[in-house]
Design a protein around this ligand. Structure first.
Ligand code: ZN
Length: 333
């Protein structure tokens, strides 16, 4: 179902993310030794079109190839099949970041693989777990955590002064690993950006050199809590013409992580239809009416919200969601 290797396939050092399918054939867990034995775990390409993590790891592997790593490193290369064609996932596949232990997905090959990888890594007692992603829309770099532990928040704060806390969707890698080690997700902006690769590389280097993670809460962290997920039902068409059921505002892609006031036009709809977005809270209850008011041809925000991961890209919306609504958490008072 997946490979487990104890040495680096040399071709990885110069591969492009599209080449990994040919080199690895399937998802691969790679264990590399280092001067400190407790491994750092890094997950990459759970979404095949999010390549920043892979190229950052490649930088790290090249840099330490001759002298050896400062700390042992276990890497999981996820959806190499989708990476071959630059897609988040293929149509016949589940989302590789929704099938980890704790998932709501029914049992399948991928849930078995992720459960096995989790078991193997749990036994190796990782120093920390880092899962590296990109966004489709424009967002600042930020980290996500699934529990508010000081250790997880510390490694989140080492990446960005913005951290998002979420407990839904279920079945994400970071939540599964948060059971037994500090775990974060890095959201490194849009894929293909060299500055993002540099940022992720510097971050991984710092973690590999770090002896221990401070045990107190980080100061000055801007912490958000995801309160709802916004999606669009299949039956509604999305586009920018009046014939479409829902017309999205592309300019909102530049408003991720800024608060939108109540009364903001969130989208336009075909007048006098039931076209609407769907808003679900962290318990997966439909709370659309709490956040959205339909008025003639507009969907208006009923209360102030901060967006993350807003995208107007239809394929990204259909495969995942339109955005998340967040509120600020004041943790240090
Ligand atoms: Zn992703």
């Amino acid at each position: 179902m997946f490979n487990q290797f104890d040495s680096l396939p040399p071709a990885l050092l110069d591969a492009r993310s599209e080449d990994l399918l040919e080199i690895l054939q399937r998802p691969t867990l790679l264990h590399l030794p280092g001067r400190t034995a407790q491994p750092l775990f890094v997950c990459t390409l759970l979404h095949g079109n999010e390549t920043t993590g892979f190229y950052a790891l490649q930088n790290i592997l090249r840099r330490h190839h001759a002298q050896g790593l400062p700390r042992a490193l276990s890497i999981f290369f996820g959806n190499v099949e989708a990476a071959a064609t630059g897609q988040r996932r293929l149509d016949h596949q589940p989302d590789y970041n929704r099938v980890w232990p704790g998932t709501a997905h029914s049992q399948c090959i991928e849930t078995d693989i992720m459960a096995t990888v989790t078991g193997i890594m749990r036994a190796r007692k990782p120093f920390a777990s880092i899962d590296i992603h990109n966004n489709t829309g424009r967002n600042p770099h930020y980290a996500c955590v699934n529990i508010l532990s000081a250790h997880s928040l510390q490694i989140a704060a080492m990446f960005s002064d913005i951290t998002v806390y979420f407990t839904n969707p279920k079945g994400v890698q970071s939540a599964a690993f948060a059971d037994f080690c500090p775990a974060v997700v890095l959201e490194c902006g849009q894929s293909g950006d060299n500055d993002s690769v540099d940022h992720a590389t510097a971050y991984l280097e710092r973690l590999l050199q770090l002896r221990h993670i401070p045990a107190d809460n980080p100061q000055n962290l801007c912490l958000y809590h995801t309160v709802a997920r916004v999606s669009i039902a299949e039956r509604f068409s999305i586009g920018d013409g009046t014939q479409h059921d829902i017309r999205l505002r592309t300019d909102l892609e530049d408003r991720n992580f800024t608060e939108l006031p109540a009364g903001t036009t969130f989208a336009r709809i075909k007048p006098d239809t039931d076209a609407n977005v769907q808003v679900h809270n962290e318990s997966n209850e439909d709370v659309t009416g709490e956040f959205i008011e339909c008025r003639h041809d507009r969907l208006l925000l009923k209360k102030p919200v901060t967006l993350s991961m807003y995208t107007s890209d239809e394929r990204a919306i259909r495969q995942d969601c339109l955005c998340y609504f967040m509120e600020r958490l004041h943790f240090h008072r």
